[in-house]
Design a protein around this ligand. Sequence first.
Ligand SMILES: Cc1cc2nc3c(=O)[nH]c(=O)nc-3n(C[C@H](O)[C@H](O)[C@H](O)COP(=O)(O)O)c2cc1C
Length: 273
Amino acid sequence: MNDASLADNPFAARYARDFAASPRNAVIDTLLAHRSWRAFKPDPLPAGTLETLIAAGQSAATSSNMQTWSVVAVEDPARRAELLKLGENQKQILEAPLVLCFVADLSRLAAIADRINHKRAGLDYLELFMVAAIDSALAAQNVCVAAESLALGTCYLGVLRNHPEEVAAFLKLPPMAAVTFGLAIGFPDPKRPANIKPRLAQGSVLHRETYDAAQALAPVADYEVALDAFNKRERNGQPLWGLRSSARVAGPESLSGRDRLKFALRQLGFPLL
Ligand SMILES: Cc1cc2nc3c(=O)[nH]c(=O)nc-3n(C[C@H](O)[C@H](O)[C@H](O)COP(=O)(O)O)c2cc1C
């Protein structure tokens, strides 16, 4: 799949096979052209870019308009070098001029309730942590799409959940706030390109009216072949997708330290009742 055919039909690039769909417009083309960038030029972002991106993030839907998320922008190269250590040396943290740390943030709502002497025990439930985590993800994805529409590259950084307490301390988060993931943002380095990674055929994820478990599995074998070809083109030697994904969830030891996440979140002030 080359750039010419991608421009022609971005759906085909997404599924690594003939696929046509309509309608199409510039927003959909931006979404379909997504790829994670892990190599960035050192160029700073143009003035106002951060604020534009955050406005896009704040435009996402948010549960009951509670807006239970925050974001900490880390731009200072010395601070990014520190964050690099907490991010298992993923070099995009250092290369990208901006790392946004998205926060599931119940602290603001807690303080607001306290200020008006209102009960707020509902915040202690897992449900509210989930609300905050979802809010943060929806905002982040809006930021991601906005950045890509400005020809910037992005890379999510779930790795920031490997050391939740240290990351929270590094960002000086208050209690009831935890980083859900980071997002590295910068100008992609064209010398180290990223390409569109194919996804499962829609038959795997799209069910009509009721869930069909057999249908969910049917496209997997073909997908593994397509993704393997992609990985070989990228010179990225990896086991087949099913094996690699299974290895990622094999046991607590496969979770990069995140098997203790519930404990860490409780340390950070989320009772998770
Ligand atoms: C919540 C989340 C966390 C992620 N964490 C990381 C990460 O720590 N490091 C990384 O290099 N990529 C990370 N990724 C990127 C995924 O690996 C990537 O989206 C996936 O392989 C699909 O590739 P694509 O984005 O290029 O289509 C993360 C993605 C998401 C959604």
